[in-house]
Design a protein around this ligand. Structure first.
Ligand code: P6P
Length: 337
């Protein structure tokens, strides 16, 4: 008899909960609500061309970027889902200047806080390019019932309890880690369930893909320029030249490199002296996933997860992906100060 091994996200969460004897289901409930929000946002994105949901919302977000209608929608849906889980006491979002603390009776004692980019790469939506949601979960450091503060959200990336992303691409996938391996789930629209499709993902130690906005090349630091030229030189012994692939959506570029091996780079430049990507809700969660899949994430000279954030929207230069490739660009940067 043919057997069908269908493991839904909820099955998987409950099964993994058994690995933590002290677990009382709080974290599982939180993750379940994130999955529900992902389905809602994914459904809206699928219809973006038809519903009045494309284009700009008419306001500028804290990053000084045109807020897209779907940015606002995704922020509202994920924030509502985190509130209704009852396990989260506050949220830091790319879309909001300040943290949002939940004072509702059933959430004020939540054990967890979440940092998120509700819709990363949203400027790509109107041209039908994949976008994603990025989330990072920490235990609160303020005591239960105490006032939630920025300090809860400015923990080092090493303190993450979990991190994940949803990619709204040719299919909708959720990839996450709780520090014990990385697993990918693909949404089956006919079931309305995320089903385990990529168990125990491993980021190849080396790769042939490099992702960077080469339009900024002349403004990059010397070491980065030399690494890009290294990727482009012919050398059969090191399988070069590599292939340049840049979608302009971190989640999409990261996901491809996670599966195939490669490096994603957003270096500092004259335009972005501290880099463009935000440490707390973009770089840290993707770094946590990369490391749990055997990869590496650096700001050029040190491990991303070791950086103590000073502010919610702090930016950092970012190099993430195959360990051999990230280690090599660190060498180039070190040797070309
Ligand atoms: P650029 C999207 O705005 C984003 O934050 C990442 O998803 C993406 O990799 C990067 O910025 C693209 O930036 O400057 O190359 O357009």
């Amino acid at each position: 008899m043919k057997s069908y091994n269908i493991t839904t996200l909820d099955d998987f969460i409950i099964r993994r909960q058994k690995d933590y004897p002290e677990a009382k289901g709080e974290f599982s409930r939180l993750l379940h609500h994130i999955g529900t929000a992902a389905k809602m946002v994914g459904s809206k994105i699928r219809k973006a061309g038809l519903a009045d949901i494309l284009g700009r919302a008419g306001n500028i977000n804290v990053q000084g970027e045109d807020q897209q209608k779907l940015d606002v929608y995704a922020d509202e849906v994920f924030t509502s889902a985190l509130l209704s889980s009852g396990e989260c006491c506050g949220v830091a979002s790319e879309e909001n200047q300040n943290i949002i603390t939940f004072t509702h009776e059933f959430a004020v004692n939540g054990n967890y806080i979440v940092c998120m980019d509700p819709l990363d790469g949203s400027s790509n939506i109107d041209v039908n390019v994949s976008v994603g949601t990025i989330f990072s979960i920490y235990r609160r450091i303020s005591g239960r019932g105490a006032e939630v503060s920025d300090d809860d959200f400015l923990q080092k990336g090493t303190e993450q309890v979990a991190a994940g992303y949803i990619i709204y691409g040719s299919s909708t996938m959720m990839v996450y880690t709780t520090g014990n391996g990385v697993n990918g789930f693909t949404l089956d629209p006919s079931l309305g369930e995320f089903c385990l499709s990529h168990p125990d993902l491993k980021l190849p130690q080396k790769g042939k893909l490099y992702s960077v906005n080469e339009g900024n090349y002349i403004k990059f630091p010397e070491g980065v320029k030399k690494y890009i030229k290294y990727c482009q030189e012919r050398d059969e012994s090191t399988n070069r030249p590599y292939t340049s692939r840049y979608i302009g959506s971190l989640v999409s570029d990261f996901h491809r490199n996670l599966l195939k091996g490669g490096i994603y780079m957003y270096p500092s430049s004259e335009i972005y002296p501290d880099g463009k990507l935000r440490l707390v809700y973009e770089c840290n969660p993707m770094a946590f996933i990369a490391e749990n899949a055997g990869g590496m994430a650096s700001e050029g000279t040190k491990r991303i997860l070791d950086i103590k954030p000073g502010s919610l929207h702090q930016k950092t230069p970012y190099f993430v992906g195959s360990t051999e490739m990230v280690s090599l660009i660190e060498e180039f940067i070190k040797n070309n100060p």
